[in-house]
Design a protein around this ligand. Structure first.
Ligand code: BGC
Length: 334
């Protein structure tokens, strides 16, 4: 079931939010196609919000943690904001030092998507014009949010009139203890990956490395905090986990809280999962206070900067082709 209610006024327009409900309730704001809350039953059947979020439109659009938003055109970093496509070199906006991050200065997270209710799904549409943030092609994007039972599915669709790059993700920050609990270090995580991408000092991936015998081994469930402060060059660079895992299976990851009993399973058709432990959260986020490591993200995507590494699957969307990718977040209790 989908219900709609007034939320806030943004740039002179009234913005409604949409609640998708079945066994879980998911609240969505069209700005940035942002997910504002995911309320799921805990082990006692009490609904708990497990998603960090903002409270006002202006904050949602502005916050540099991309909290709950769809990120695009390309998630993550592109080295020096440069790439070559069909022999043409392109320069994207450099909004993170010399790199391009999460779509540039005005990414999808700041755009007002057009909402339409389609049965039990909410469609959010956006047109991104040719040249926006340096990307070629007029791109049409549709994000479909659906709730069925205890599953929340995100489908991304897109098409462009010129060959372009497209690598969307959803920047959800979870704390399975409950969003205001303050720390995710006791959340237990398992990731279906034998390897991850090491990064340089600017968090640009350099090469694949085995997770075995490193703090990056999440092949068996372990608390996020177990190894996060180990002396490890890669953890030191990022101040915790902020790395892409190379997925072996469409059951990408799972996580659970021993406090609330809430379990999360992540399914995706993407090859990469950016596991980010909120290392750059710094207290005040709009009116909410979210300290460092109070939320974790499992951002499904192509490998970051893949366009500059031809051995990796390329996030290229050809003119006239249809892009579709799907990630599902499924909740249960222990
Ligand atoms: C990135 C972090 C970045 C954060 C911004 C994450 O997806 O991996 O490096 O700082 O987004 O909030």
């Amino acid at each position: 079931m989908i219900t709609q209610q007034y939320f806030d006024t943004y740039e002179g327009k009234e913005i409604n939010v949409y609640q998708l409900s079945d066994k879980i309730d998911v609240l969505i704001c069209p700005i940035g196609a942002t997910v504002l809350s995911i309320r799921v039953p805990d082990r006692f059947g009490k609904k708990t919000d497990v998603l960090l979020s903002m409270t006002e439109c202006a904050e949602i659009a502005k916050n540099d943690a991309y909290m709950g938003s769809v990120v695009g055109r390309c998630a993550n970093r592109i080295s020096n904001g440069k790439f070559n496509l069909n022999g043409v070199s392109y320069q994207l906006t450099q909004n993170k030092g010399q790199n391009h991050l999460h779509g540039g200065n005005v990414g999808f997270n700041q755009k007002v998507f057009k909402p339409t209710i389609d049965g039990d799904s909410l469609l959010l549409e956006l047109d991104s014009p040719d040249g926006e943030e340096g990307y070629p092609g007029n791109l049409k994007i549709v994000v479909r949010y659906s709730v069925k039972g205890s599953s929340f599915a995100i489908d991304y669709y897109a098409a462009s009139d010129k060959d372009t790059l497209f690598n969307p993700t959803s920047h959800l920050y979870f704390n399975l203890n409950g969003e205001s609990d303050g720390s995710i270090l006791d959340n237990v995580v398992q990731i279906t990956a034998d390897s991850y991408l090491q990064v340089d000092e600017n968090l640009i991936p350099t090469e694949k490395a085995a997770v075995a015998n490193t703090p990056f081994d999440f092949s068996k469930p372990k608390p996020i905090g177990q190894d996060i402060d180990c002396q490890d060059v890669q953890l030191n660079i990022a101040g915790g986990y902020d790395h892409n895992f190379c997925l072996e299976d469409d059951h990408a990851a799972c996580a659970y809280s021993t406090k609330s009993g809430v379990c999360l399973d992540v399914f995706t058709d993407c090859c990469g999962l950016q596991f980010y432990t909120g290392n750059f959260l710094n207290g005040q986020q709009g009116k909410s206070v979210y300290d460092r490591r109070s939320g974790f993200c499992m951002e499904t995507q192509f490998f970051p900067n893949a366009i500059n590494n031809s051995e990796w699957k390329q996030p290229v969307l050809k003119a006239g082709e249809k892009f579709h990718s799907c990630t599902q977040y499924v909740f249960s209790t222990l």
